[in-house]
Design a protein around this ligand. Structure first.
Ligand code: FAD
Length: 499
């Protein structure tokens, strides 16, 4: 396992320890997968190591001070070589431990964390519902306050670890007010515990991969949950969910690193020993290149994952935490895992497609990583929307000016001095719009673009633009609320002398 220079000594030692652990328990995990059983023998050994307490402070029986998110990722990278052991381990970290540790009161931490640190109690996360998937804010499960209890009704689905988990980190709607919905204050986070009356497993899913993993539907029928099981305040659910998702995506990505390595291991092992055309298939450069690309992807993903983990550990990453880094890590590792397992199978030929080598299980398991914890499309939506917003300064628009001799646009990033700005008039606006046509033909100008060259308020500008629109000298574009967004002169205005 790679060890990064910023890791502490405990984390570096842990990397060796967890690799040796995975080597030792590999056949046990394979046996459980063949039997389609929860790998309890291996999970119990993970518990004995105390690794379930990676995110839990010492005072509650954990090792957070030495291990933290980076440590949880090291553990998960190592034990994910052991089939679904990593999935269950990761699910517990971001299905309760992180949220209780970060948002719980001292009393709540005292109540749940010691048993989660030893692994006696395992956590699970409940966001998804039959009608609610990618649009997580649409959670419909309802919690109504009645005295000292919330009464929760609804259904959750695709919950990983259901049945074996004891602590369910569950999000429910506590407000139907559209204003709360608009402000993302409509959700509340609860710890729902196994055994609460009305909280039952409805159905277990038959999965394409993840042999031995329990995943399915949960039913909540008038479940009485004490107010003391609410994390933070009413309406704080969305903030908690988002914070949890950065941790979930980082830890879940670390899991894929171990699984990618198994694909590389078996592709390499097989192709060195398989002889065709009188030479090992490894000598075929097409196979070498595939393995080279697997290593390139693995190394890139490893850096991304541990950088995101480091940012989480130091509280870095900007106003929303390391959301870009965690999202990029999730997207890159899941797509690389799908690619790596498919290509490892290709390198191994028919053998790769049989169940007698672990690559087949990796191939089946890989696909879901582009779906669970947010689909690749949702990751791209986040990266586009938030990424472009957070990188606003780094990708600020250029001011394009025609070079007097070359007659081609050059790009400037300075500001037009106020003394050179023109007063807002019909003539000056048309002049700026016509100049824009020369440097960006076909592109509209935004209000901000225009005000780079003009002196005055947005209202003054809008007034002049509407006058020009009426005279058919400008084309305006408006958003859904009717606010003027972009404007461009129609072709006739371009023929009007502007200077
Ligand atoms: C094995 C497994 C384990 C899981 N574990 C858990 C768990 O422990 N806890 C939990 O809460 N959930 C869990 N999930 C649920 C998982 O997070 C969701 O499946 C995922 O968020 C996608 O939701 P969906 O399946 O309803 O797909 P949908 O939201 O219905 O999406 C279907 C397709 O449409 C695309 N799509 C949707 N909207 C848009 C849009 N606006 N723009 C572009 N594309 C769009 C999606 O990307 C996807 O490709 C698990 C799922 C699986 C399969």
């Amino acid at each position: 396992m790679d060890k990064f220079p910023w890791w502490n000594e405990t984390q570096k030692k842990l990397a060796d320890e967890v690799e040796a652990f995975a080597d030792q328990y590999y056949p046990d995990a394979e046996e459980a997968a063949w039997r389609k059983q929860t790998p309890w023998k291996v999970l119990n050994a993970v518990k004995e190591k105390g690794w379930f307490g990676a995110l839990i402070p010492k005072r509650y029986g954990g090792m957070r001070e030495e291990l933290a998110i980076t440590g949880a990722c090291i553990i998960n990278e190592g034990i994910s070589r052991l089939g679904v052991v990593g999935t269950i381990y990761g699910g517990s970290q971001f299905g309760g431990v992180h949220q209780i540790e970060t948002f719980g009161t001292d009393e709540q931490r005292e109540r749940w964390l010691p048993a989660m640190a030893t692994g006696e109690k395992i956590g699970a996360i409940c966001i998804t519902e039959p009608p609610v998937g990618s649009d997580a804010a649409a959670v419909a499960t309802e919690a109504k306050l009645e005295g000292d209890y919330y009464i929760i009704n609804g259904k959750k689905r695709f919950t990983t670890g259901l049945g074996i988990a004891d602590i369910y980190m569950l999000y429910a709607r506590t407000s139907q007010d559209p204003k709360d919905r608009a402000a993302n204050r409509h959700l509340t986070a609860f710890i729902v515990e196994k055994g609460m009356k009305g909280f039952t497993v409805e159905k277990i899913n038959e999965l394409c991969g993840g042999d031995g993993l329990l995943n399915g539907y949960l039913n909540l029928d008038e479940v009485k949950v004490p107010v003391g099981n609410r994390l933070a305040g009413e309406g704080d659910g969305w903030t908690i969910m988002m914070s949890g998702l950065n941790v979930e995506r980082t830890i879940a990505s670390s899991q894929l690193l171990g699984q990618m390595k198994e694909s590389i291991r078996f592709a390499h092992f097989h192709s060195q020993r398989r002889v065709q055309f009188d030479q090992p298939t490894m000598l075929a450069q097409t196979n070498q290149f595939k393995i080279a690309d697997m290593i390139m992807r693995l190394k890139t993903c490893t850096l991304l994952v541990y950088y995101a983990a480091h940012l989480l550990d130091i509280g870095g990453g900007g106003p929303y935490g390391p959301v870009i880094e965690a999202t990029a890590a999730k997207l890159m590792t899941s797509e690389s895992y799908v690619w790596t397992s498919a290509n490892a199978m290709q390198v191994m030929g028919g053998d790769g497609w049989t169940r007698f080598y672990p690559v087949e299980a990796a191939y089946r398991a890989s696909k879901v990583t582009e779906i669970a914890a947010g689909t690749s499309e949702v990751m791209r939506m986040i990266l586009y929307r938030l990424g472009t917003r957070l990188m606003e300064n780094e990708i600020k628009p250029p001011r394009r000016v025609i070079h007097p001799e070359l007659k081609v646009p050059l790009d400037y990033f300075d500001k037009v001095p106020d003394s050179e700005k023109m007063k807002i008039t019909e003539e000056s606006v048309l002049q700026v719009l016509a100049e824009n046509y020369r440097v960006n033909p076909g592109l509209y100008m935004s209000r901000e673009d225009l005000l780079m060259y003009l002196k005055g308020t947005e209202e003054e500008l809008d007034e002049v633009l509407m006058e020009l629109e009426e005279k058919k000298l400008a084309v305006l574009s408006r958003d859904r609320r009717g606010v003027i967004k972009l404007r461009m002169p129609p072709t006739p205005a371009l023929r009007k002398p502007t200077r």
